[in-house]
Write a protein that binds this ligand. Structure first.
Ligand SMILES: [Zn+2]
Length: 465
């Protein structure tokens, strides 16, 4: 068995640390492991059965991981078929210093691990990335078809649609790959039917083939407990901070093998100059490789504003409609137009002179988007990502020069609204709450509620004993 040593330390200085780590890891290696026990490929369904050490069982909700594809996947070699599972457990292995055992693995993927792991190390210097993967046999794979196709992970939102448009404008017709089990739960048939109908109509409109992957990749892990391992250090959860990015991309490995996809694109969810950290970043995902497929984090240099402007320009030039779905509240495929994200997206389109009905925001009503409504969503902005606040700042700045547009949509209140002052005030409120209220709530939830003595005392005071 070939043991693949850790590769996260590159300098001599760090070699010493590695030695210490190895000493520690060897103490643990017999108890901390994830082992792939069986790879089952039956018609369209891929199932990875696995076992884990007792001490880490609480991080897993099931002992099987599955993906169901839109076509038969029996021709996919096991060395590729294990990748969808591995990309979703590698971050766990790194954080908890676990050894993963797999019988066969694609050589390109194995070689790429050290490189995309380095991206995580650089992104989160406050975390310790350990762990290793032990492989029985490595395999050089070649796709079933000529490597001439492109693929795009396609959610139907602004980022994905903007990537699609730019690819089309550069002469590509990428295959759209939509994941069922990410924002739409893998058991929500109605939500999925609506979502996939958007992918299909987009594909039809722009002459791109479509496919999908249904999977339990978010349900097989205990995201809550995993999040607790990193929340304090990186101020982010497991999905957003560690899993998404490689966890989504690797699901498509069997499709890239079957369809001969040479480049697989994932839309960047933040531009390189924007604040905030996220696992879907080019210094991580661009280093992922499997089979003969390269992965590209697309439009990393574009802000959301620029992406929506690009979409508006394309819609206008080609006189067509794009069924974009941006809402986090609804799963119906429609946009609720009553949440912060719908509001933000609609305003950017409006300020770029894009008719809302052309981008699936046709029911916009100025009666909904009032000063009062904006004040209601301000508290969420104060506690939310800096990226979103930055976008709102651009919106108010652009509105200063768009008198005619504001009048047309009865949004004149935006002229009078002092965004900087309002967000500053909300942030102070948020910090006060965080300083005083949260410790009180935490103490109540973790101490008082669990203390029978205090509970009895309170009950006695209340005359309930
Ligand atoms: Zn909405």
């Amino acid at each position: 068995m070939a043991i693949i040593e850790r590769t996260n330390e590159r300098t001599n200085e760090r070699t010493n640390e590695r030695t210490n780590e190895r000493t520690n890891e060897r103490t643990n290696e017999r108890t901390n492991e994830i082992k792939i026990t069986r790879v089952i490929k039956k018609e369209k369904r891929l199932t990875i059965e696995f076992s884990v050490s007792h001490s880490i069982q609480k991080y897993f909700k099931t002992d099987d991981f599955w993906c169901e594809y839109a076509e038969e996947i029996e021709a996919v070699p096991n060395s590729i078929a294990v990748i969808p599972f591995l990309v979703n457990v590698l971050p766990i292995a790194w954080i908890l210093d676990i050894e993963i055992f797999v019988d066969e693995l694609d050589q390109s993927f194995l070689d790429s691990i050290q490189h995309f792991k380095q991206g995580y190390i650089d992104l989160y210097p406050e975390l310790d990335f350990k762990g290793e993967i032990s492989v029985g046999e490595t395999v050089f794979n070649q796709s079933l078809k000529n490597n001439t196709q492109k693929g795009l992970l396609f959610s139907g939102g602004v980022d994905a649609t903007s990537s699609l448009i730019q690819l089309i404008e550069s002469g590509e017709k990428p295959e759209l790959i939509t994941i069922w089990g990410s924002d739409i739960p893998s058991d929500d048939l109605e939500g999925w039917t609506n979502k996939y109908s958007i992918t299909k109509s987009m594909g039809q409109e722009l002459e791109c083939p479509c496919t999908y992957i249904q999977t339990n990749f978010r349900k097989f892990l205990n995201e809550g407990d995993l999040g607790l391992l990193v929340k304090k250090q990186i101020n982010d959860g497991w999905w957003h901070g560690l899993q998404h990015g490689i966890g989504l991309i690797g699901l498509a490995a069997p499709i890239t093998y079957l369809h001969g996809i040479s480049e697989l694109y994932i839309s960047s969810s933040k531009s390189t100059d924007e604040a905030g950290r996220v696992a879907n970043i080019d210094t991580i995902v661009n280093f992922l490789r499997f089979n003969q497929t390269n992965v590209i984090n697309y439009q990393a240099d574009m802000s959301r504003w620029e992406k929506q402007k690009l979409l508006g320009g394309y819609v206008d030039k080609n006189n067509l409609e794009l069924p974009i779905h941006v809402c986090w509240i609804t799963t119906s495929g429609l946009n609720c137009l009553n949440c912060e994200k719908c509001f933000r997206t609609a305003l950017i389109f409006i300020l770029n002179n894009v008719p809302l009905y052309k981008v699936n925001l046709g029911h916009f009503s100025s009666a909904n988007f009032t000063n009062q409504f904006f004040k209601k969503i301000l508290p969420a902005l104060a506690g939310g990502p800096e990226l979103v606040t930055k976008t709102w700042r651009s919106i108010f700045k652009a509105a200063e020069e768009k008198n005619d547009v504001l009048q047309t949509y009865h949004l004149e209140w935006m002229h009078l609204f002092d965004f900087e002052k309002a967000i500053k005030k909300e942030r102070v409120k948020f910090q006060i709450k965080a300083l005083f209220l949260r410790p009180i709530i935490w103490t109540y939830q973790n101490t008082l509620k669990q203390s029978n003595v205090i509970k009895k005392g309170i009950d006695k005071l209340l005359g309930q004993n």
